[in-house]
Design a protein around this ligand. Structure first.
Ligand code: NAD
Ligand code: PRE
Length: 362
């Protein structure tokens, strides 16, 4: 039996738990310091067992996932080292920054235990176990940042385990990770929040701003609704990288100021052209990295007419489906249907509607 202990069973921890729970020869234990959260995890059936005791959670664990906010990771590694851990146990984390935890854990972990930094490049603006899904990591990249001295055999063991998330594991240096992810994830979150707050200011004197906000504003600002505490920790932790990125950002914006001051239409066309060209080369269908669709997943029994029944139900309620895909049909699980919608509201309505007759995952 492989035992997995998960600390912080929220969006990411809960999604990992759902990837392993119920799989043959796996047992998943969730930890929270809060007894009410422990009760909730058991009630939601996300884990096989849940506890407020760190010692109980790690007792005999083969793998420990730290899925708490970035600012707490080091403290958790320190606490874990005071407990008797199984020899060969791998501790990994899912934090959105990698340099500080990878470097500090190296000095904290004791012999016979391994720390390998990790970061799934998938997520959402939602948080908490309620938003968890076993499909979250499908097709996404999952970065591992092993320190230099980590034996390859242990990296391979963790890579093998992560295959069950259906993510694609890649190895990247921790500092390189923070530079890159700073640019493609952390900076966009700052920009989204700043933009929403700029418009929020205008909206105070004229509510039409909010009412007229359409696809463009929604697309670029979805992530402004992300969990503040999670993002406080990420941004403060990666501040050195972000300060440099914001300097570069100011230059990009100044370029537009200049183009507008000079009514330089050709220059504007050129900016859009080179941006569009680069964006069109981003890997397609990498869920969690780039998507303008809102997906729900429905477990479907394998019998004829089932897809017709589902689309009819949606059609009757005038819920517009933008894509439909059968992900797979395996012997040990029901088939899975991915339904995509143009906006969160439609996805939520569809979820509510289909929840009765079918098993729905968001
Ligand atoms: N949200 C994303 O898109 C995303 C993607 C990849 C990685 N991450 C990383 O995953 C980690 C978890 O983020 P999440 O999005 O799952 O957030 P979340 O809020 O859904 O989950 C965080 C979990 O940590 C617990 N927690 C919070 N404060 C705690 C405390 N003081 N003591 C003990 N437990 C505490 C919460 O109860 C919850 O179970 C973070 O390190 C984040 O950087 C997030
Ligand atoms: O899709 C989203 O909502 C996300 O915020 C996911 C996202 C990202 O910025 O792409 C956010 C944080 C992560 O650490 C990894 C992925």
């Amino acid at each position: 039996m492989t035992k997995i202990a998960i600390f912080g069973v929220g969006l990411i921890g809960g999604s990992l738990a759902l990837c392993y729970k119920g799989k043959p020869d796996f047992t998943v234990v969730g930890h929270s310091p809060n007894p009410k959260s422990v009760e909730k995890l058991l009630k939601r059936n996300v884990v096989d067992a849940a506890t407020t005791s760190m010692a109980e959670a790690v007792d005999g664990a083969d793998y420990i996932f730290l899925c708490v906010p970035v600012g707490m990771l080091e403290e958790y590694v320190q606490q874990l080292m005071k407990l008797p851990l199984k020899s060969g146990c791998i501790i990994t984390d899912v934090g959105s920054t990698k340099a500080s935890i990878t470097e500090s854990a190296e000095t904290i972990v004791k012999k016979g235990v391994y720390f390998i930094g990790g970061h799934p490049m998938a997520g959402s603006e939602r948080h908490g176990v309620e938003a968890a899904s076993s499909h979250l990591f499908e097709n996404a990249f999952y970065v591992l940042t092993p320190a230099e001295g980590t034996p390859q055999t242990e990296v391979d063991r963790l890579t093998e385990l992560l295959k069950m998330t259906k993510a694609q594991v890649v190895k990247v240096g921790a500092r390189e990770h923070d530079d890159i992810v700073g640019a493609i994830s952390h900076l966009p979150h700052i920009i989204a929040v700043a933009l929403v707050n700029q418009v929020r200011g205008y909206n105070e004197s004229n509510p039409l701003y909010q009412n007229l906000a359409a696809g463009g504003f929604r697309d670029i600002t979805r992530i402004a609704s992300s969990e503040p505490m999670i993002w406080r920790d990420i941004l403060v932790n990666n501040r050195q990288v972000l300060l440099k990125l914001l300097t570069d950002w100011n230059l990009e914006i100044s370029r537009f100021v200049e183009l507008l001051e000079n009514s330089d239409g050709e220059g504007i066309v050129e900016q859009f052209r080179i941006a569009g060209e680069f964006r069109s080369q981003l890997p397609e269908r990498r869920k969690g990295m780039i998507t303008s669709l809102f997906d729900i997943y429905v477990d479907i029994p394998d019998h004829p007419g089932i897809i017709g029944q589902i689309t009819t139900l949606l059609g009757n309620e005038r819920i517009n489906l933008s894509n439909i895909q059968i992900i797979e049909s395996r012997e040990d699980v029901p088939g899975i249907l991915r339904l995509s919608f143009r906006n969160q509201e439609d996805a939520d309505r569809a979820g509510e509607l289909l929840k009765g007759p079918y098993e729905v995952h968001v």
